[in-house]
Design a protein around this ligand. Structure first.
Ligand SMILES: *Cc1c(COP(=O)(O)O)cnc(C)c1O
Length: 458
């Protein structure tokens, strides 16, 4: 089909929604390294993980052989309220850049939580409900995950306790109120409500909090209360699995019009949207059926893939979670306080880390002022106000499109537009006022953090 016929938005029908998630690990010859028990150094068992996570989610976490996993009817029913999400041909952006490149983006911001996180939140809430639990606990950084989870929990009638990184709790009061409107309780982290929170506050009384701290508190809150489990919005393989609805829909829509992306780009915090977007394409690449250039985009201020080390590390500051082998900056790494764009997690999904280590994908880091410049350009021509996180992908897509302009190549670029930025107006204000600055950690700073990696690597 000729490109002239491609509409601005490609929507699938309800019948074309994926009925199964795709587990890319099944097609990886070399699998991600197993999670380890920090006490014994041995691979964690399903039983050990079952104290922290719901049983069905533990099964998904440890399953590296089943390629397709059925999406339960109840979850499909919820997906239908906001999916399929549109695949947009960025005609206006192409024109503004005067590029021969063809740019597409998959927009995941068309739901109240404003991001892709709802795709996994609803799955995790469903399995918790099915297990007969009272509720779940979690952490949230920028607030998108907490919002998504509070929506999912209210749908299934589950209690939802959210530990919100203190700086975001203070800077994003409206996010907090959205969560409370959906019935969640929201506690700024670190807090005095947990032992680990008290310990962190005793050591660092002025801390702004971090995702790593909030995870430790949420895990403690789950394991110390009857009928609760902990849920996580990114990084884990189960989350990447749920997020494959993004990639599967994209692939179906592109196949319908005979479009094959040359380059696939996504922002990478913990890796869930990128892992979900690329999964079916990576599957073809792993089977030798097709080739794609895949690029992870991360902030220069929190560069886990581009400057981190591939090693076993703690997933949280309190060191209560299993050890995961991943590209990491060290669990003690604290991104600079002036870093406005989200994507602050110190580590990266084990699946993406392994794919990156095998050379199957690339990574670039970008500075935040350049990210907001790209966000503004995009908003002005495409109309959508992008989340700062998503704008990392926009920045990289624009750069690739401008390279095409130089070379005259008509490449097809696909990127993930993960969400909207309505709750990030302080960051936009800093950019609009010319007060945004860039921060890049020094090698010495990173080394200090690497020195705290667990001894198991040595
Ligand atoms: C959470 C979030 C991200 C980053 O998380 P990943 O797990 O890396 O996908 C990106 N964009 C938005 C809008 C988010 O809310």
């Amino acid at each position: 089909m000729s490109n002239e016929k491609i509409p601005y938005k490609i929507y699938l029908s309800e019948d074309e929604l994926p009925k199964q998630w795709y587990n890319v690990r099944a097609d990886m010859k070399k699998k991600p390294a197993p999670l380890l028990n920090p006490g014994t150094g041995m691979p964690v068992t399903a039983e050990e993980l079952g104290h922290v996570f719901c049983d069905e989610l533990v099964k998904q976490e440890l399953d590296e052989t089943t390629p397709y996993i059925d999406i339960p009817e109840e979850i499909l029913g919820f997906y239908k309220m906001y999916r399929p999400s549109p695949l947009v041909r960025a005609y206006c952006l192409e024109k503004a850049l005067d590029t021969p490149a063809k740019i597409y983006y998959k927009f995941e911001g068309n739901n109240t939580s404003g991001s892709h996180k709802l795709n996994s939140a609803i799955a995790q809430a469903y399995y918790a409900k099915k297990q007969g639990l009272k509720g779940v606990t979690t952490e949230t950084g920028a607030g998108q995950w907490g919002t998504a989870l509070s929506m999912a929990c209210s749908y299934f009638g589950l209690d939802c306790k959210v530990y919100m990184v203190k700086v975001s709790y203070e800077q994003k009061p409206f996010r907090r109120e959205v969560m409370r409107t959906y019935g969640a309780s929201v506690t700024p982290s670190p807090s005095m409500t947990t032992e680990v929170g008290k310990k962190i506050l005793a050591e660092f009384p002025d801390t702004n909090g971090s995702l790593g701290c909030a995870i430790s508190e949420a895990v403690e809150a789950a394991t110390s209360q009857e009928g609760y489990r902990y849920v996580l919005g990114s990084v884990l393989s189960q989350v990447l699995l749920h997020q494959t609805v993004i990639g599967l829909e994209t692939k179906t829509a592109m196949d319908k019009y005979g479009i094959k992306p040359d380059i696939i780009i996504g922002c990478a915090g913990g890796g869930s949207n990128l892992g979900g977007l690329i999964a079916p394409f990576m599957g073809e690449k792993l089977k030798g059926k097709a080739d794609y250039r895949i690029i992870a985009v991360e902030p220069a201020s929190c560069p886990s893939l581009t400057r981190g080390v591939y090693a076993y590390d703690f997933c949280d500051t309190g060191k209560v979670c299993p050890l995961q082998k991943m590209y990491t900056l060290g669990s003690g790494f604290m991104p600079s306080a002036n870093h406005a764009g989200g994507l602050r997690y110190h580590g990266m999904s084990a699946i993406l880390s392994e794919l990156y280590d095998q050379g199957l994908m690339e990574a670039v880091s970008v500075e935040q002022t350049a990210v907001f410049e790209a966000a503004q350009k995009f908003a002005r021509v495409e109309g959508i106000l992008p989340a700062p996180e998503s704008s990392h992908a926009i920045k990289a897509a624009v750069d690739e499109a401008l390279k095409c302009k130089e070379t005259g190549e008509e490449k097809t670029i696909l990127f993930g537009l993960t969400g909207t930025g309505y709750f990030d107006m302080y960051a936009y204000a800093a950019y609009n006022d010319g007060k945004m600055s860039d921060y890049i950690p020094t090698d010495e700073e990173l080394q200090r953090s690497f020195d705290t990696l667990p001894k198991i690597n040595k």
